[in-house]
Design a protein. Sequence first.
Length: 308
Amino acid sequence: MLLPPSTWLPQAPLDPLHLDWLTQAGIEVAVLRLDRIDPLISGNKWFKLIEHLKAADRLGAEGIISLGGAHSNHLHALAAAGKRLGFSTVGLLRGHPQQTPTVKDLQAFGMELHWLGYAGYRARHEAGFWQPWQTRYPTLHPVPEGGGGLPGAEGCMQLRARVCTQLAGLGWSDYDGWWLACGTGTTLAGLVLAEAGDHPVYGALAVPDDHGVAQQVERIVQEAGVVDVVYELFEASRGGFAKVDPLLLDFIEKTGQASGIPLEPLYTGKALMALKQQVEAGKFARGTRLIFVHTGGLQGWRGLSSKN
Ligand SMILES: Cc1ncc(COP(=O)(O)O)c(C=O)c1O
């Protein structure tokens, strides 16, 4: 059994965000705190995993095999879920062995690790990549990098309901759109599917254009057969994935002090900074109410902060 007991209902509070630049522009933002659902299985990762776990369970698998880098939030959540729920996990890692805080946690959670080098990891999209791994681990169900694809997006569709049930607590009757960081675009695609055109979904790209986020979102939406889709993508990578600069770090620190909400620089910090730029450029009319999704990721920053 790979699924959590029905008593385990991760809660994501919806907190108002008070910041000068929002007040000045007359924009209201509420933060869906996915970073608060669980100390270990945090952020959008749990939602991206849930449908993959259900599929694995239906197929009678005993665990999950997946891929990621040495700071991967996805592998971290997967390994923590495996330990918590008692299923086996295998992680295929990019590059050569290194001991980051994330890797130490993966080992502590009991995930079996294999380092693929860089060329070996690049081969992950080739036909036949999984075959030798499936021969080696016939009882494990393969999950794509980051928990992506249609199942990943389907798990994120429930975020809409989580927001809707909490709107009254903010005194809101409705909202005007979503704002969130995109890495593969899976989480955004889930919201686009859940909305089916009701509210727009705005994605702040934490990766450069050539990572194919737009194409990935298109693929998921087409596979799901949903035609009413309203979303927009904004460049937010600030020179590349995981590129960090002093302005960004300063913004994260000041935002944390002013709002009490911790951000990290790879996804959530870049996403909120991109929102500030759009707000200041007049993208949103006064009175607009937005949901900012805090997608977690704070664990991954532990190993990177010392290098910046
Ligand atoms: C903290 C965090 N936020 C956002 C994302 C982006 O999610 P997605 O890949 O679904 O676009 C990721 C992972 O990719 C992440 O780790």
